[in-house]
Write a protein that binds this ligand. Structure first.
Ligand code: G6Q
Length: 539
């Protein structure tokens, strides 16, 4: 693949962008009564209205050409086929195999992995049914009332997000908690009101060597044994999700109670592997499988739909459009559904750990911008906080709005109020309010500039019928493939994360220095901070 910015279509896009930057959404809508229909797509129960973007039909056709010129089709085929597209770790990238139906075939080193995937799912289902029904008993013979997932990063963010998103489907007499931070506060607050004899810990760690997770897992073990008083209790109160059987067994967990996955599943793409065990315990195997079916449906859509009707491809191309041709630095994800409150946090990892890279696949420095910053909060809360900047700030912030036609909790007028706000925000961002309109409202002249909304601020609107496990699967897969498409265009390895290593290594070096008097050989700032901590930690 040649340099992205030397592609003829990139240069065409640059010229085209300078023309489109001069256009206002007000005029684009006024000129074409059919605009909303023209720039809307519906697939797999997700409706995307992308008409409030600063685009014309030429923009879409140029962006689709960019996807083609970037080799997206070949890259997709390579991913689904199991090629080692994670080149720096020499691994296939097969999260799509985790949700493929039983009869499918996906080969890694000549072995069809689908039977193994379903064997693990079946074991998870059996285990989940036993815990949920009360058949699985704790060491003292009590049923399990609390499930605590210990994991971090990809072994936490997906499970937390899915649990929050699907709470409405959860078995309500089972309490789910999540411990991720090495800060002891996380452990203390998650366990302070629990009894060990009714608590099951899931130690979720692909490597089973992650500092935070193992620190929390050993604390959990000590906490449980302090109450239960017998090493044998570990077998009833701890299960593991990992690819590393030897370490699981060293910890004292019977590998019969270990649920495996594979090195071709990246951490941030693992919520539908055994890492989703906590999700399955909460919502039950049938709902979990419905979620997987949703993922798979979106995989198929991504794999087969033409690019101009392909939801993940269109969303990715729009992100590239603003990121690379309008200088936008971020994307706000704004779900108008309280159950999706952790969705933006989940997406932060998915997007930024995947594409936040300045080195391309060929090892050179990218001469173009890569991942924007993803952030967000649920509506309507965000409206009373940071929307000011989105409406009247100096930065361009493309927004992804997400909403559902039906609420899972319809209380009187709440849902109509929520959805009215969702639609109103997108309308206000796009069309704004002119100085003449502000004057016509009787405002004094000096106040007019403050009350003008320029508008022309782009957004996508994603609508679905209701938040079901299946729709959640589709939504997550939509963003996974959106991120993949972005990564292909920016020519980065979306599946490694070398940028998280250095800080971890330095922390291992610093930790013993905090409690010893050893000479320090850091920079003057780090030395002074360590010395200050040494001085004050016992005060
Ligand atoms: C995700 C990353 C990272 C990982 C955590 C936890 O893509 O690889 O977030 O998930 O570091 O790793 P373990 O599951 O090995 O504990």
């Amino acid at each position: 693949m040649g340099s992205l910015i030397e592609l003829p279509v990139w240069q065409d896009l640059q010229k085209h962008a300078s023309q489109v930057q001069a256009l206002h959404l007000r005029d684009l809508f006024a000129a074409d009564a059919n605009r909303a229909q023209q720039f809307s797509v519906e697939a797999e129960g997700l409706f995307l209205d992308y008409s409030k973007n600063r685009i014309t039909s030429e923009t879409v056709s140029l962006l689709v050409k960019l996807a083609e010129a970037s080799g997206l089709r070949a890259a997709m085929d390579a991913m689904f086929r199991g090629d080692r597209i994670n080149i720096t770790e020499k691994r296939p990238v097969l999260h799509t195999a985790l949700r493929a139906p039983r009869g499918a075939e996906v080969f890694v080193d000549g072995v069809n992995v689908i039977p193994e995937v379903h064997a693990v799912l079946d074991r998870m289902s059996d285990f989940a049914n036993r815990v949920r029904s009360g058949e699985w008993l704790g060491f003292t013979g009590k049923r399990i009332r609390n499930v605590v997932n210990i994991g971090i990063g990809g072994s936490d963010l997906g499970p937390v997000m899915a649990y929050e998103a699907l709470r409405s489907y959860a078995q309500r007499d089972l309490t789910l908690r999540f411990i991720s931070n090495v800060d002891g506060t996380d452990f203390a607050e998650a366990t302070h009101d629990l009894n060990a004899d009714e608590t099951l810990f899931i130690v979720a760690s692909k490597t089973f060597g992650t500092l935070e997770t193992m620190t929390n897992a050993y604390s959990a073990r000590a906490w449980a044994l302090a109450q239960l008083g017998d090493e044998k209790a570990v077998a009833c109160h701890f299960v593991a999700v990992s690819t590393n059987a030897a370490r699981v067994s060293d910890f004292g967990i019977d590998t019969a109670n270990m649920f495996g996955f594979w090195d071709w599943v990246g951490g941030r793409y693992s919520m539908d592997s055994a890492i989703g065990l906590s999700t399955m315990l909460a919502i039950g195997p049938d709902n979990f499988r419905a979620m997987l079916a949703g993922f798979h449906a979106m995989d198929e859509h991504f794999r087969t739909a033409p690019f101009h009707e392909n939801l993940p491809v269109l969303m990715a191309l729009l992100t590239v459009w603003y990121n690379n041709f309008f200088g936008a630095q971020s994307v706000a994800v704004l779900p108008y559904d309280q159950y999706l409150k952790r969705f933006p946090a989940y997406l932060q990892q998915l997007t930024m750990e995947s594409n936040g890279k300045y080195v391309t696949l060929s090892g050179e420095r990218a001469q173009w911008e890569t991942s924007p910053i993803y952030w967000g909060e649920p509506g309507t809360n965000g409206q009373h906080s940071f929307y000011q900047l989105i409406h009247q700030g100096t930065k361009l912030i493309p927004c992804d709005f997400i909403g559902f036609v039906h609420s899972l909790n319809s209380h009187g007028p709440h849902h109509d109020i929520l959805i009215a706000n969702l639609f109103a925000q997108a309308e206000a961002l796009a069309f704004g309010k002119t100085a003449d309109q502000v004057r016509a409202e009787g405002n004094e002249e000096w106040l007019v500039p403050h009350r003008v909304f320029e508008g022309n601020r782009p957004s996508n609107m994603l609508l679905a019928d209701r938040l079901t496990p299946e729709i959640l699967g589709k939504l997550v897969a939509l963003y996974e493939h959106n991120v993949f498409t972005q990564g292909v265009i920016w020519q980065v390895d979306s599946f490694d994360q070398w940028g998280v290593e250095l800080g971890k290594v330095l922390a291992v070096q610093i930790q013993p220095e905090l409690t010893s008097g050893a000479d320090l050989h850091h920079d003057s700032s780090t030395n002074a901070l360590i010395n200050r901590y040494r001085r004050l930690r016992h005060v």
